[in-house]
Design a protein around this ligand. Sequence first.
Ligand SMILES: Cc1ncc(COP(=O)(O)O)c(C=O)c1O
Length: 444
Amino acid sequence: MKERIKTQIPGVKSKLLHERREEAVPRGPYHVTEIYVKEAKGSTVVDVDGNEYIDFAGGIGIQNIGHNHPKVVQAIQKQASEFIHTSFHVAPYESYVELAERLNKKTPGNFPKKTMFANSGAEAVENAVKIARKYTGKSGVISFERGYHGRTLLTMSLTGKLKPYKHGFGPFANDTYKLPFPYYYRSDYTTDINKIDEVLLSKFQEFFISEAAADEIAAVIMEPVQGEGGFIVPSKTFVQGIKKICEENNVLFIADEIQTGFCRTGKMFAMEHFEIEPDIITMSKSLAAGMPLSAVTGRAEVMNAPEVGQLGGTFGGSPLACVAGLAVLDVIEEENLVKKSEQLGEQIQKKFHEMKSKFEVIGDVRGLGPMCAMELVTDPITKNPADKLTAEIVRYCWENGLFALSAGMYGNVLRFLPPVTIEKDKLEQGFKILNEAFLALAAK
Ligand SMILES: Cc1ncc(COP(=O)(O)O)c(C=O)c1O
């Protein structure tokens, strides 16, 4: 095997670029590594100094089909040679309509649907809330503790983690509320999952008495697996229970599948695991393999509530992004990525459980399919978050040729979002570096 890491990390060219970055860019836009990218292909990223990394971060869940898939590159190049932008609001084009048709079919829900496009995940959530408010004639929106929905004012308001996302940015949007979300590993009162679900579902009923009446609430928005929150998976009973209460109270259920969609969890959409048909689904990230694109798909009558001209934006559903999205859907079908995702999930979960039995700092391994994480603790009994160690492991990984990410309320979760298409040898090499990181930093 050729040496993938050839220089000190970061290399000289990365360091120079980083100095320029510090001068030119504010500190706010954070990056995990100080590695500057030259090119990327499949599950590999190459930096400006010629070092090669295995990518278990996938551009934060963007690259489910792998970097620069030839079909996506071809589709973008062909589109760029024809036309780049007319704006859907001036002169529309087929790729927007076709991608909407295909998402209407692919998303869970056996009823007529419609789809609109925007540029980012946050923008999709903003639009989903606008549509829900217009349809129901109500304004309240409920999200969940530890949830993440973006960095715009409304989506920040819906997000359930203060630092770094919200701190100092208030006042936040009115009429937004939080409900508790199960975190079975850290429940205060019991380890009995059924009991936790029962208590949390009863909080929703109480909410209508104590916080806002059902006739004031337009929608509940839920990530099927909390992403930034630390890959926290709720039970089917909990998700179905929330959906049922929504139905009984004329409250729309919005599934935020921005991180979980497009084969991230062993199914095309994570809500399929819970057998839920959401009224509205928000999607982005892997939808267009790195082109800025997001989608809102929902029941046709709900999506049609806003009047002509009430939805959109100059760049929303740009031709380059829509053709990339169509190519992604083709690749998912042609390469049987739903099945591959399921298999990858089994491999990752097996490996992480093996590591958990070796390293006491791994307090919990959890996830759905290949959306899998480890929560690190200083002590398995007190479960004190090992946030510093988590940061050290992330750093060790990228210094040794692997991109990994942290997450979670306490910054003590190692989460992994590798391409579903990752080759077996790359996966093994990635595991090896990760194992070495634990041996170097966390062995007893
Ligand atoms: C579940 C979820 N919703 C919304 C967003 C916001 O997406 P964006 O960063 O594209 O605005 C994210 C991004 O991580 C996400 O994971």
